[in-house]
Design a protein around this ligand. Structure first.
Ligand code: MN
Length: 744
């Protein structure tokens, strides 16, 4: 295990300004926190974060990154909290460790192949700091290096995950050496047979070609020197996984395998690259179709190089990569090297400009700052060109399930993406532990908990808030179903009342026998048709009750019996049986009420039953009357409304207010005000209304005489008391001569 001073020395070697004390404290703290915990290998657990830190020193990362690497497992695996890290090591390191803890939680999520792409996107997106990803990759690399100690099943899972998620991520970040090592390690465990076969074949070829690498190296070097070109040539044998992948892609057999050698020519300038290419092509034959110029057209991850294949000295295919030193740094260190040249510092510590000496390790800070302007992960993605995912956001359920949504999605979309029932029952959302409005636009990495309520109907307005097709169509369907249920509830109530009027008890069973006579498919359909006013109540009565029982004497006789029984059982027993919230009729001597049965509760503007309020009709507290109208459910009128007289008594339905005090709503009301025609009058009126918490919707001047103005004001009030209070407040003003409520 690396000693404390060894780690500090490594960092100080490339960063003399590194905070030695901080590194020492983190080393001791992490060691103590992990205590006697052991790895699967039997090594002390602390050896793991220490090795991860060591890997990151190879990338010459800043002290905060090294410290965060030492601490990367403490929140998840020990009692240490984020707050404690913040307090002991500052919020910057706290945020890094927190980012890693978040990613670690993702490990609980199932990573099927089809989710892998989303997963890589997510990792990038939630790591608001590039250093989190660098630490995560180093963490994974060390775990892969020590994978042999794990159970075979875990080895397979971790290796597949590495191939599907982490290796491609390293590739996207341009970290070729990291990617290669991850892939080689993972290949060995995920496909042991293929690994063995390719390795054996490689061994054979190697034995046949002893000394070939040195020979080609020397030949290339000689040609370059002859042309006066200064360049480094290095050769290597390709690794099993990269050979395997090529075999898969090009579908060549192992027997055809020949190009297992790759050589790199590193020059100092771009023009030298093309000169080196000319020398290689004029000295040896080029293999057609293998030439690629990524210098003039860099890859997405900024990779630049010339690729070609030549037929080498011993007639072997030899792959050549030609690039400058800077391109080489970027190819190996990727993202970590990108801004290097702006600050003039190479990863190997050499300066390419003089001012860089002032703050040679600023580069990382600078990188992060540039990438994270405004701590915005979208910016980060844009700047690093990591093939962007700006059209998507990735969120989690509290259990860690990953939900991919289009950008702009809200908790409503999230809820429907989880399950239609969750969407339909959604009444609130807790995003990252905080109650948030359902209109909130979700962001990457948000953890979303949906607050559910039974019997809730998704408001139609949600259709405009939701952005996903699934949410929208589900909202529409739920609204349709709810409306249908409301109509059938209303229809059933009307039937119960009608049966009662003729001295019969209503039962669904009785309807069932007459469905065909009514041309309806189900009892529900009959209810809905009655509720919508499509099927007259008397038609239903005629279909069920024998003609003889509809005579006046017959009805009167049955009603006497019924009244007796009713007095015994009471209305409430019946009401409860129907699962509805009923009120007793307002007064016993009201004949209409008694005949109609219990009043239908009106819960507000958005009702359980299809209810339409007449314009400036009624506010809670007013006596109201419902009128059943075809296709529109019930229209509500204030009892004094002149319009009410246009409807025959038979169609009246007794209704009563049943406002939920938890969710008050404002209702429209209209008043006519006559006031003195002088400056400031309108302001006085507006002030009275405003101070009493009334809303003014509209003001219309009706007549402007010399001295008086008459105006109608559309208000929104909570209830009758509120309206009365506003009216008397207005009457108290000297400029106001009269105030009257109007209903049309
Ligand atoms: Mn770890």
């Amino acid at each position: 295990m690396m000693r404390q001073y060894e780690l500090v020395e490594r960092v100080r070697k490339y960063d003399p300004t590194a905070d030695e004390n901080l590194l020492n404290r983190a080393y001791v703290y992490a060691m103590m926190a992990h205590g006697t915990q052991k790895r699967a290998s039997g090594d002390p657990f602390f050896s793991h974060p220490l090795e991860v830190a060591a890997i990151l020193t190879e990338f010459k990362l800043d002290d905060a990154t090294i410290v965060a690497a030492l601490l990367h497992d403490v929140i998840e695996d020990t009692d240490v909290t984020r707050a404690e890290i913040d307090q002991k090591f500052g919020p910057e390191i706290g945020a890094l460790v927190d980012g890693l803890t978040k990613i670690k939680k993702l490990d609980l999520v199932s990573k099927k192949a089809e989710q892998a792409e989303n997963f890589r996107k997510l990792l990038v997106a939630i790591s608001s700091d590039i250093r989190v990803l660098l630490i995560k990759l180093a963490d994974r690399l060390h775990n892969m290096r020590t994978l042999e100690h794990m159970k075979p099943q875990s080895r397979l899972r971790v290796s597949e995950e590495t191939l599907e998620i982490y290796a491609p991520l390293a590739g996207r970040m341009g970290m070729q050496s990291m990617r290669d090592e991850l892939e080689e390690l993972a290949f060995r465990w995920s496909n042991p047979e293929a690994y063995e076969t390719v390795s054996a074949k490689l061994g054979e070829i190697r034995a046949r070609n002893a000394g070939l690498v040195q020979e080609i190296e020397a030949a290339l070097q000689k040609k370059l020197v002859e042309a006066g070109l200064i360049a480094t040539v290095s050769g290597r044998e390709k690794k099993p996984f990269s050979i395997w992948r090529k075999m898969q892609n090009r579908q060549i057999s192992l027997e055809q395998l020949s190009d297992i050698y790759a050589f790199r020519i590193v020059t100092s300038t771009v023009s030298d690259c093309y000169r080196a290419l000319g020398i290689a092509h004029s000295s040896w034959r080029a293999v057609p179709g293998r030439f690629k110029d990524y210098i003039s057209t860099p890859k997405q991850n900024n990779y630049q190089s010339i690729h070609t294949t030549i037929v080498g000295p011993r007639h072997q295919w030899v792959e050549l990569q030609i690039r400058t030193k800077e391109m080489h740094e970027i190819a190996e260190y990727g993202v970590a090297a990108h801004t290097l040249y702006k600050d003039g510092v190479m990863l190997d510590g050499t300066n390419t400009s003089s001012h860089a000496k002032e703050n040679p390790y600023k580069w990382l800070r600078h990188l992060v700052d540039t990438l994270l302007e405004g701590d915005n992960s979208v910016e980060f993605l844009e700047h690093t060109k990591l093939e962007l995912f700006q059209d998507q956001v990735f969120c989690f359920t509290p259990k860690g399930r990953l939900i991919a949504l289009p950008r702009g999605a809200t908790p409503i979309d999230f809820a429907y993406a989880v399950h239609t029932d969750v969407g339909n029952g959604c009444v609130g959302a807790i995003v990252n532990g905080r109650q948030m409005p359902l209109t909130t636009q979700l962001r990457n990495g948000d953890q979303v908990e949906i607050v559910l309520s039974k019997g809730q109907i998704p408001p139609a307005a949600w259709e405009r808030i939701a952005v996903t097709g699934k949410a929208r169509s589900s909202i529409r369907r739920a609204a349709r179903d709810a409306l249908r249920r409301q109509y059938s509830e209303l229809g059933r109530r009307l039937l119960v009342a009608a049966f009662r009027r003729i001295g019969h008890d209503y039962a669904d069973e009785k309807l069932k026998k007459s469905l065909s006579r009514l041309s309806q498919k189900s009892v529900e359909d009959v209810h809905a048709a009655v509720g919508r006013g499509e099927l007259p109540v008397r038609d239903v009565l005629k279909a069920i009750v024998p003609e003889s029982e509809l005579s006046q004497e017959s009805i009167a006789k049955r009603k006497r019996t019924m009244d007796r029984r009713q007095n015994e059982e009471g209305w409430f027993a019946i009401a409860k049986g129907m699962g509805l919230k009923f009120r007793m009729p307002a007064s016993g001597n009201d004949a209409a009420n008694a005949a109609n049965g219990p009043a239908l509760p009106i819960r507000g503007i958005n009702n359980d039953v299809p209810v339409k309020f007449e314009e400036a009709g009624a506010v809670p507290g007013d006596r109201i009357v419902g009128v059943l109208s075809e296709g529109e459910g019930i229209r509500i009128f204030q009892i004094h409304s002149p319009k009410l007289k246009e409807y025959e008594h038979e169609r009246w339905v007794d209704v009563t207010w049943d406002i939920d005090p938890e969710h008050p709503e404002r209702f429209p009301a209209k008043i006519a005000v006559t006031a003195l025609n002088e400056p400031g009058t309108l302001a006085q009126i507006a002030q009275v209304i405003g101070e009493s918490d009334g809303n003014i919707d509209n003001v219309r001047m009706v007549r402007r005489a010399k001295d008086f103005t008459e105006m109608t004001i559309d208000l929104e009030v909570w209830d009758l008391d509120h309206l009365t209070q506003i009216i008397s407040g207005l009457k108290g003003k000297g400029a106001v001569s009269s105030v009257e409520r109007i209903f049309h």
